[in-house]
Ligand binder design. Sequence first.
Ligand SMILES: C[S@@+](CC[C@H](N)C(=O)[O-])C[C@H]1O[C@@H](n2cnc3c(N)ncnc32)[C@H](O)[C@@H]1O
Length: 245
Amino acid sequence: MSQNLFDNSEFFEKYKALRDKAYNYNNLVEQPAIKALLPDLSGLKVLDLGCGFGSNCTDFMKRGAAHVVGVDISSKMIDVAKKENAGSAIEYSVMDMMDIPKLSHTFDLIFSSLAIHYVKDFAHLVKIIYEKLNPGGILLFSQEHPITTAPKFGPVWTKDDAGNRLYYNLADYMVSGERHVYWFIDGVEKYHRPLSEILNTLISTGFRIEKVVEPLPSQDALEKRPELADEFHKTSCIIIKAIKD
Ligand SMILES: C[S@@+](CC[C@H](N)C(=O)[O-])C[C@H]1O[C@@H](n2cnc3c(N)ncnc32)[C@H](O)[C@@H]1O
């Protein structure tokens, strides 16, 4: 059973406030990098796993997708998506992404932004994604970088006397499995997998990996949020594009 973190009211309000800020990490770093890997979406069927507030679904429709399905385990997130990002070609569902075999369609692109590290059984998820893709279909996803998900205990940064981050304290990198961290609230559950496990799971399922990106802030992003310079110690997320040949 997957944790439904985003339906926790306290977490939801704090997360929404973060995403409502124009200069957040997602808008400045992750979104430009993942969007740069999108194919021409004209006429394609797209599935967004962990679609959240649905802004990517609207973007896919504007880019010409014929049909977009957004699924999210959180009814609070889907409520916002239906209000703020509705569209004639978009369908939203409150659904655990592990249940996508229940969907009647197959897709040309399965997309997921910063949601897959919440899933326990990555191998099974990759298998059901593969089965839901049409031949030649694309899996494009971002997740927290394995260096980010690795430590079991904090503090994750060594800082100088002035509070500047000097070193990232990497630990337990090769120990796959559940992590419990503080992010707005205690007990946020996520899953760590070393990079080799992520890549080899995709390869053994039948995917061809086309691109792996560790996104960095642009000069413009650094001017807007100077603390993003910490991304040069280690990137917060990783982006993978894989093809079902
Ligand atoms: C960090 S948010 C990202 C939302 C959106 N993809 C975006 O980029 O704005 C992660 C989302 O994944 C959803 N999520 C987490 N576990 C899930 C699961 N097992 N099935 C479906 N959605 C899930 C959460 O409810 C949340 O909306």
